[in-house]
Design a protein around this ligand. Structure first.
Ligand code: OAD
Length: 243
């Protein structure tokens, strides 16, 4: 019996599936989450590392912290959870709305991935429009743009707005889906945590995949208390058996 049993028929009837993902889906690739027992924010102060004020006060510290995380991410591999999300595209239309900055959905082969919180692989200028993937060996900590200003990681920090085009497209995709899987996110961070309710208001079935409950668990049609890599492949099997 599939863990998706209670929503299996609705999954099989789905035309547009959307995943809202967070750090939990990459945890099994060896990338730490933010909250919970081994979460980064347990031992690191987010206000000293992930705000524009922190960067202005101590750019070297912030740059190095992101450089260390980037190194870990670039040596990590997508896991069976990411692979299942990518695989599902063979059976149904799939969009991925991710809070992750690690690029692992794309590396697993997902073709429509909206990065709500940017990418740790990219850098952008603090003054001009310059942006690029971070080449290895860029000198300086942080390195300087051609215009003379500092480069920063192209991620969304606390207190900053999400890239507006990405956000409005994400809301529109959430509104248009009929089946949403919320996987590996604590749903503690706004506005990304509005996406499930937006989908529900428009009639979508909501499924949460998380070993622990979240503040929105009671809104879900089904909560699967397992790790992503243990159960996402089962979702693919449910779609395979409808073909
Ligand atoms: P969190 O660290 O807040 O939440 C991760 C969630 O994943 C938790 O609810 C865990 O229970 C769950 N989890 C852990 N391992 C899992 C697994 N193997 N399978 C499924 N679930 C698992 O991460 P996010 O929700 O992504 O933003 O955090 C959102 C934002 O807050 C991040 O993008 C980041 C952070 O501060 C910024 O840095 C701006």
């Amino acid at each position: 019996m599939s863990v998706f049993g209670p929503v299996l028929e609705r999954a099989r009837a789905a035309k547009r599936v959307v995943f809202v993902t967070g750090a939990g889906i990459s945890q099994e690739s060896g990338i730490p989450t933010f909250r919970g027992e081994d979460g980064l924010w347990r031992n690191h102060d987010a206000m000293k590392l992930a705000t524009i004020g922190a960067f202005e006060e101590n750019p070297g510290l912030v740059w190095e912290w992101y450089a260390d995380r980037r190194k870990n991410i670039l040596s990590a591999l997508p896991n069976p959870g990411h692979a299942a999300v990518a695989e599902l595209e063979r059976h149904v239309s799939v969009s991925v709305l991710t809070q992750n900055v690690d690029g692992l959905h794309q590396r697993a082969g997902s073709s429509e991935v909206l990065e709500l919180h940017g990418s740790i692989i990219r850098t952008r200028c603090t003054s001009c429009d310059f942006a690029q993937e971070i080449p290895s060996g860029l000198p300086g900590s942080p390195p300087l743009c051609g215009c003379g200003s500092m480069l920063r990681p192209d991620v969304v920090w606390f207190g900053e707005e999400l890239p507006q085009e990405v956000w409005s497209e994400a809301m529109s995709i959430a509104s248009g889906c009929d089946f949403m899987v919320v996987a590996g996110t604590s749903l503690e961070v706004s506005p990304a945590n509005m996406l499930p309710l937006q989908a529900k208001r428009n009639g979508a079935t909501l499924v949460e995949i998380n070993p622990d409950p979240t503040p929105m668990s009671s809104e879900m049609d089904l909560a699967v208390r397992e790790k992503c890599s243990a159960c996402l492949p089962e979702l693919v099997s449910a779609f395979e058996s409808r073909n």
